[in-house]
Design a protein around this ligand. Structure first.
Ligand code: PRP
Length: 183
């Protein structure tokens, strides 16, 4: 059976995602210039699609790097324990950093990254997050560029997984409840 049959509903369509990401790109184009030479840091794995689409709208010179962060355990909610699975290749001393996240939920992951980056002495750090779930926030974290604020539902697709699957779904959706029993 196709993985698409596991999806109960579409929360954000592909068209709406692409339109909003284009707007975010335009917004960032007004903030940054070539001289800033920002470093966009994609937080793997969930942000890979957002990063790829977002950077295609940027007109200022920039560089990219990747960092893989994970919460311990696999469940639909984050466990609160964060670890670095892959660190940056780039030295960010004096750099203008833009953290690119797929979703800010409790804020635990982003808070960890921001505190970690602060010890590396970058010039500036801003955050671009495709999705934010304000109702779930446990730590108040600054998000400079937000795509969509969403309700407290477990979402997948457009880079985001359930049990490491569904990342390829080209929209943001919600799974049928029975899927959580099966996988
Ligand atoms: C997700 C997401 C954020 C984090 C948000 O990552 O990509 O990094 O959880 O949750 P929080 O605000 O409660 O910390 P996940 O650990 O699922 O890893 P993945 O991106 O590799 O799927």
């Amino acid at each position: 059976m196709s993985l698409f049959n596991d999806i109960e509903k579409v929360l954000i369509t592909t068209d709406d995602l692409q339109a909003r990401i284009a707007e975010l790109g335009q917004e960032m184009n007004t903030v940054y210039s070539d001289d800033d030479l920002p470093l966009l840091v994609c937080i793997l794995k969930g942000a890979y699609m957002f990063m790829a689409d977002l950077t295609r709208h940027l007109t200022f010179r920039h560089e990219i790097d990747f960092m893989e962060i994970s919460s311990y355990g696999k469940s639909t909610t984050s466990s609160g324990v964060v670890r670095i699975l892959l660190d940056l290749e780039t030295n960010i001393v004096g750099r203008n950093v833009i953290i690119v996240e797929d979703i800010v939920d409790s804020g635990t992951t982003l808070d960890y990254i921001l505190r970690n980056f602060a010890t590396r002495n970058p010039a500036t750090v801003r955050v671009a997050a495709l999705l934010s779930k304000p109702s779930r926030r446990r730590i108040d974290v600054p998000v400079d560029f937000v795509g969509f604020e969403i309700p407290d539902e477990f979402v997948m697709g457009y880079g985001m997984d359930y049990a490491e699957q569904y990342r390829n779904v080209p929209y943001i959706g919600v799974l049928k409840p029975e899927v959580y029993q099966r996988i």
